[in-house]
Design a protein around this ligand. Structure first.
Ligand code: CP
Ligand code: NVA
Length: 309
């Protein structure tokens, strides 16, 4: 059966740890300048219907480092933009390429693409999920804190795609996750319940409207933009609704004294995070961004290069 990565829902703890350990190995290999060619003669299609700096470039670089080729496509480059179905697109791309990476709006479109494709499909962000980001986040926490189980992680802000993927990932690896969102911006209740069902240990997943309570004693404090791609019309309202949810020095003082600060980037200094925090000593955001490369290399190795189809 073709293995995809649409969300981390059907990845078990063991599989996640194997990916993280492979990602750490990829990172060590790169620092030693070791060349790999597991993807030689293989091509990956990258469909991007939203902008991207990290995801696009880290996928292209990862594929190139592994000796493979990638083709960057937007809907407008494809007949998809002129009404060809996502299913037909998947069937055709599967005849040419060994995997399809897609960033788009509707998560259902990515599910439909995966169903029709005979090669692995990797979700590079939808309105609902961002699993590659969550894997890089776990890798970063593991590197900085030497463990995942029983880490207290707090996500402050919008219950969005990044938060959703973090909920699933945290539940699976034993992280205690507290989400602090304004009223009306909490993560979807159904997904919170589903994420809770993935907990096999003693960790907890909680949601609160109180940012101070959420941050208290946290080992890791995480945030993301208040206005995600596609929500630009709501920017003004969101700026006002998220007042009091900025990660600044004052809020961060409530976290553990060794707390690290994470952000998936791009960041808006002065909105969800203050400049002094994101550019300060507790911030690990650029290591986190770098880890996208290593984790995606591990993922491509797992889904594509090793022929696990
Ligand atoms: N974090 C992330 O996915 O960044 P890009 O939008 O730049 O890919
Ligand atoms: N929540 C953000 C994440 C960007 C990487 C968005 O969807 O725009």
């Amino acid at each position: 059966m073709t293995r995809n990565l649409l969300t981390l829902k059907n990845y078990n703890q063991d599989e996640i740890y194997r990916l993280l350990s492979k990602a750490l190995e990829c990172k060590r290999k790169r620092s030693r300048g070791k060349i790999e060619d597991n993807l030689k003669g293989k091509t990956v299609a990258l469909i991007f219907n939203k902008p991207s700096t990290r995801t696009r470039v880290s996928f292209e670089a990862a594929i190139s480092h592994l000796g493979g080729d990638s083709i960057y496509l937007t809907s407008n480059d494809l007949q998809l933009g002129r009404g060809e179905t996502i299913e037909d697109t998947g069937k055709v791309l599967s005849r040419y390429c060994e995997a399809i990476v897609i960033r788009t709006f509707s998560h259902e479109d990515v599910e439909a693409l995966a169903k029709a494709s005979t090669v692995p499909v990797i979700n590079a962000l939808t309105n609902n999920h961002h699993p590659c980001q969550a894997l890089a986040d776990l890798m970063t926490i593991l590197e900085k804190k030497d463990r995942l189980a029983s880490i207290d992680l707090t996500f402050i802000g919008d219950g969005n795609n990044v938060c959703n993927s973090l909920m699933i990932a945290a539940a699976k690896v034993g992280i205690n996750l507290t989400v602090g969102s304004p009223k009306g911006y909490e993560p979807d209740k159904e997904l919170v319940d589903e994420a809770r069902s993935f907990i096999t240990g003693v960790n907890k997943l909680s949601v609160t409207n109180d940012p101070k309570k959420a941050v208290k004693g946290a080992d890791v404090v995480y945030t993301d933009v208040w206005t995600s791609m596609g929500q630009e019309k709501e920017t003004k309202k969101r700026l006002s609704d998220f007042k009091g949810y900025q990660i600044d020095e004052k809020l961060l003082k409530l976290a553990s004294k060794d707390a690290i600060v994470m952000h998936c980037l791009p960041a808006h200094r002065g909105e969800e995070i203050s400049a002094e925090v994101i550019d300060g000593p507790k911030s690990v955001v650029f290591d986190q961004a770098e880890n996208r490369l290593h984790v995606q290399k591990a993922l491509i190795n797992y889904l594509v290069a090793n022929g696990k189809k």
